[in-house]
Design a protein around this ligand. Structure first.
Ligand code: NAD
Ligand code: UDP
Length: 323
């Protein structure tokens, strides 16, 4: 089925993925209500959204109950710190966003009789023993390690979403997003892509964690939000993986960004993060079959677009110290 979306609620809509989703919804003719506490949002993105006709931007912490007057056809729940440095800095807030925040977002959807889409994550697979990861794989997460605040919050959010579907008849869909990148990421959010681009543009060495042999599969943000919208329009409960199966090592990623951004410095190897997953790649058979979705933007093209966006925003090169 295809659902008509006259008005959508996007929690976390002032963030990186949420703001692109809001743009796509606007382009499709929907009105967008964004609820965000701005805790990890970029100030520039917030300012841009404020000016966009069709977007209503409300500062709200989703760990507090949500009241939405008027019609809502789809609730997209994205509010949560997402970059490892953000969730390691905001551990309790992350657990609360995934638990209380998800409950409140689900309650809105049930009251409005709206479709609910949860932005879950490949992190529910932890450090996987199965490769690539299909949705049927149950994961290998350390429940008390530092990353658990994010992984377990999302696992709980998935469990709650599934329970609301079973117990309350909620129309829910769970998307497991794999690493997504693109314009509007914060230069200092600590994730690999914006960090490497910032470093390459500044002529600094690129900080590769550990041996750099761990892999990731990177999806350009336009593809990711197209997948979220396809899931919103369908009735598929999921979970469904949304990611780009083009897998590469972190070292290869650093080298590719350095070549594309023209960085003059080399790579420098820094300590690996605790419990850093060693391999990650989505099996997207389900998304292809049920949603007719697959990524269209290659890594080379996506990186070129992202670097072009970062270029004029690069930080001024520090003055050489006078001797
Ligand atoms: P982001 O940090 O740019 O965006 C998250 C947004 O949520 C921010 O605007 C932040 O201010 C807001 N937020 C956080 N806690 C909140 C709260 N309690 N109440 C209201 N707003 C709150 O991160 P992102 O990369 O855009 O991620 C968006 C969603 O997608 C997250 O749920 C994340 O877990 C999920 N996801 C992202 C990726 C990725 O690679 N970007 C991968 C997997 C899953
Ligand atoms: N990473 C890195 N250097 C950095 C930032 C990240 O080598 O400056 C590594 C990180 O250890 C991980 C991979 O890049 O192995 C992807 O990290 P990111 O934070 O982008 O995403 P996630 O860990 O959530 O997959």
């Amino acid at each position: 089925m295809t659902r008509r979306i006259e008005r959508a609620l996007v929690t976390g809509g002032a963030g990186f993925v949420g703001s692109h989703l809001a743009e796509l919804l606007l382009a499709e003719g929907s009105e967008v209500l964004v609820l965000d506490d701005f805790s990890t949002a970029a100030a520039d993105t917030v300012a841009e959204l404020r000016e966009r006709p069709g977007v209503e931007l409300v500062r709200h912490d989703v760990t507090r109950p949500i009241t939405v007057p008027g019609r809502v056809d789809v609730v997209f729940h994205l509010a949560s710190p997402a970059s490892p440095p953000d969730y390691l800095r905001l551990p309790i807030e992350t657990l609360r966003a995934g638990s209380l925040g998800t409950a409140h977002a689900l309650d809105v959807a049930v009251r409005a009789d709206a479709r609910f889409v949860l932005a879950s994550t490949s992190e529910v697979y932890g450090d996987p023993e199965v490769h690539p990861q299909p949705e049927s794989y149950r994961g290998r997460v350390n429940p008390v390690g530092p990353r658990s605040v994010y992984d377990e919050a999302k696992r709980y959010a998935e469990a709650l979403t599934a329970a609301y579907r079973r117990e309350c008849g909620a129309n829910t869909g769970i998307a497991r997003l794999f690493n997504t990148y693109g314009p509007r990421m914060r230069a200092h959010d600590g994730r690999a892509v914006p960090t490497f681009i910032r470093q390459a543009l500044a002529g600094e060495p690129l900080t590769v964690a550990g041996s750099g042999t761990q892999t990731r599969s990177l999806c350009y943000v336009d593809d990711t939000v197209r997948g979220l919208l396809a899931l919103a329009k369908a009735d598929l409960p999921g979970p469904v993986n949304l990611g780009n199966p083009e897998e590469l090592t972190v070292r290869e990623l650093a080298e590719e960004i350095r070549a594309a951004a023209g960085g003059s410095a080399g790579l420098t190897f820094v300590d690996a993060a605790e419990d850093d997953p060693r391999r990650r790649c989505p099996d997207i058979t389900l998304a292809r079959r049920e949603l007719g979705w697959w990524p269209r933007v290659s890594l080379a093209e996506g990186l070129a677009r992202t670097i072009r966006w970062f270029e004029p925003r690069r930080e001024p090169t520090p003055e050489p110290s006078s001797v």
